[in-house]
Design a protein around this ligand. Structure first.
Ligand code: NDP
Length: 420
């Protein structure tokens, strides 16, 4: 029996909330709070007759610490699930600390305003120290480690699929499959087709910021940064077929380098089609991906936010997306003195997700792990105070829950490796 406060009611949150409502013995009471309360109310009324979870709704601006504290103090949840945007991570963590409540999210902090001079100073210093220049990194949230530990609270960071399940796959490989992991390649393939010339599968602003950033990977304890989309290969994905894959910077590279330091190389690849990349390059070339406001007819407009308003809402892609996703990790290393290769992955069907939750597989593969991570915290299976990423916890009960609630894993002990 527990009370959970979910902040955000977009594509991912809707799936997580629907999944929580399938586990009413644990998620007995749920408050859905977001900026636009009509979305929370619509979802609550859709679900209330189908679940014994008691659902309430609240309006909140999660950029406002005072509003968050008063909401948390009045609802008194056992856990706050932050499924809004990465911009709100720090205010929601602050509010959880102030109210003595556990915290979790699905993506690491990045600022909405990347032109803020104070933030830029720290960012530029950090770029030099760390060796990669993506706007997002864990340093902001890891800085809360002592405070959460002292308060006896847990902050679980990045519990979606990637980040999230991919790190549980790493912890699983380390625990059961290898004495020593040498290399990790994370492969994120979306073989889905939605029929639009250009659309993103989750929040367009966050998605386009991520994929237009320079790529990077970790090798021999150092970051190697390369121009965006400059490292390309092809891979034959189970359930999908052959796709072009591109090396990207991704947040779990940073935590894996810290928590599995013996790995000599860690990389992340994502599939993109030619049409997506051509549109993205064109939008970038004309300045539409910029986060710097431009003055237009007497008011300031942030180009990437204007673009978001023009693009299809990812939550509307469910009925028209066909095909499968395949996301997982390929490892090389040693077991019992012998070289070994191991691939663990999940294949998810867009239409099957839509039939179950009304959402396409990207929201589904993020929302289900968010619910399963919450389940681990609420049932005490993951209980170490402090600020943690998924690979720091026991992967076994989490993978059992993922299997039960819609994301079973597959294994291949002689996979092809990524050739460059
Ligand atoms: P959406 O844009 O669909 O939803 C975001 C939600 O947050 C909306 O309900 C929005 O409200 C709400 N919100 C935004 N700002 C505020 C605020 N200031 N106060 C309160 N609520 C706010 O995003 P997605 O569902 O696609 O993504 C959700 C999160 O999941 C993101 O952080 C994303 O990066 C992450 N993600 C993680 C993945 C993983 O594998 N780990 C994969 C995909 C996404 P409103 O309706 O008013 O706009």
């Amino acid at each position: 029996m527990s009370r959970v406060l979910v902040i955000g009611c977009g594509g991912v949150a809707s799936v997580a909330i629907k999944k929580c409502c399938q586990v009413s013995d644990v998620f007995s009471e749920l408050c859905i709070a977001s900026r636009t309360i009509s979305k929370c109310e619509a979802l609550a009324s859709e679900l209330q007759s189908r679940t014994s979870t008691k659902i309430t709704t609240r309006q909140v601006d999660a950029d406002d610490l005072g509003q968050l504290i008063s909401l948390i103090n009045s609802y008194k949840p056992d856990l706050v699930m932050n499924i809004a945007l990465p911009y709100q991570d720090l205010t929601i963590m602050e509010a959880c600390l102030a109210c003595g409540v556990n915290y979790m999210d699905t993506a690491n902090y990045e600022p909405e305003d990347t032109n803020n001079p104070e933030w830029r100073k720290i960012y530029e210093k950090r770029c030099k120290e760390k060796g990669f220049s993506a706007y997002f990194d864990y340093s902001w949230q890891w800085a809360y480690e002592e405070k959460f530990k002292k308060a006896g609270l847990i902050a679980l960071l990045g519990c979606g699929f990637d980040p999230g399940v991919t790190q549980a796959y790493c912890a699983y490989a380390k625990k059961h499959e290898f004495d020593l992991i040498d290399t990790i390649d994370i492969l994120d393939c979306n073989g889905g087709e939605h029929g639009y010339p250009f659309a993103t599968n989750f929040n367009p602003e966050i998605n386009l910021r991520e994929v237009s950033a320079p790529g990077s990977y970790v090798e021999n304890g150092r970051w190697v940064e390369v121009p965006a989309m400059s490292i390309k290969s092809r891979y034959d994905f189970d359930g999908v077929g052959i796709k072009d894959i591109y090396l990207l910077h991704h947040e779990e590279l940073e935590s894996l380098a810290k928590n599995i330091p013996e790995a000599r190389r860690i990389r992340f690849f994502m599939t993109f089609g030619e049409s997506y990349l051509t549109h993205m390059r064109c939008l970038e070339n004309v300045g539409m991906l910029s986060t710097t406001p431009v003055r237009f007819e007497g008011r300031d407009i942030v180009p990437i936010q204007f673009l978001k308003a023009l693009l299809p809402d990812p939550a509307s892609l469910g009925p028209r997306t066909y095909g499968k996703t395949n996301i997982g990790c390929i490892f090389t290393g040693e077991k019992d003195g012998k070289g070994k290769t191991y691939y663990i992955y999940n294949v998810c069907d867009h239409q099957q997700c839509y039939r179950e939750t009304g959402s396409q597989a990207i929201s589904y593969t993020t929302g289900v792990p968010a619910m399963c991570g919450a389940l681990m915290l609420l049932t005490g299976k993951w209980n170490t105070p402090g600020v943690h990423t998924v690979e720091e916890f026991d992967p076994d009960p989490f993978l059992v829950a993922l299997d039960k609630y819609g994301l079973p894993y597959k294994e291949n002990r002689s996979p092809a490796i990524v050739c460059l």
